[in-house]
Write a protein that binds this ligand. Sequence first.
Ligand SMILES: Nc1ncnc2c1ncn2[C@@H]1O[C@H](COP(=O)(O)OP(=O)(O)OP(=O)(O)O)[C@@H](O)[C@H]1O
Ligand SMILES: [Mg+2]
Length: 235
Amino acid sequence: MKNEEEFISTVSHEMRTPLTSIRGFAQTMLSSWDKLDDESKKKFLKIIEQQSNRLIHLVENILSVTKIPDEKLVFKKTSVNYSISTVIQIIKQKYGNYKFELNLAKDDPAIYADADKLEQILINLVENACKYSEPGSTVKVSTKETDKSVIIYVQDEGCGIDEKYADKIFEKFSRIDNPLTRKTQGSGLGLFITKSLTEKMKGKISFKNTGHGTRFELEFPQYSMEDHARCSVTS
Ligand SMILES: Nc1ncnc2c1ncn2[C@@H]1O[C@H](COP(=O)(O)OP(=O)(O)OP(=O)(O)O)[C@@H](O)[C@H]1O
Ligand SMILES: [Mg+2]
């Protein structure tokens, strides 16, 4: 099958499950309205809401994936610490029952990047760190500078990823089967988007199984004088 056909067939399959469930619960409510007590109605509406959210998330990710090849990134001097702090504030609203520990390089390292896309990358990694570990556990985000690069670590205390899946997790629609993946919703597109955007910004992404969880590592070239001289919009 051609790539495009394969993509459409996977997307349709991914959409069918939530759509079938939304239709099923709506039909049950319509046909048995008088027989259902308030609690059941509320439960069914909750499922309809959850499945609609799942569809919206899927559609947003699919749009992101299809835009990637010809999307113009807006490159500028971007503070890594500022991006991390913004992302942690956003994630805390959804994952209030996790602990976040930041250990950021003091001199505020900068990279030549699209700030919105850097935030999208960090949101995907920090959200995964929460999704695939138990509430109450700690997610650590730290930065380190080397001669020519800035390294960002996102570390969790979760279920870990077997290193034999090193390539697989970055593929479209791939989810690794484990109890936490089964419990959480996801389209399997987050890391594909994350890797594509990282590479568009001349960065690299990898991960390590720490034995007590996973540590993702992003490495970007440090902002340089050449970057300063470059024009601000590149593809
Ligand atoms: N920090 C992590 N710890 C353990 N497993 C992880 C972690 N991050 C990703 N994974 C595994 O890799 C798979 C792919 O991750 P990815 O972010 O691409 O998709 P997702 O989280 O399932 O869906 P979404 O598209 O909503 O991000 C996940 O389903 C999960 O099995
Ligand atoms: Mg994800």
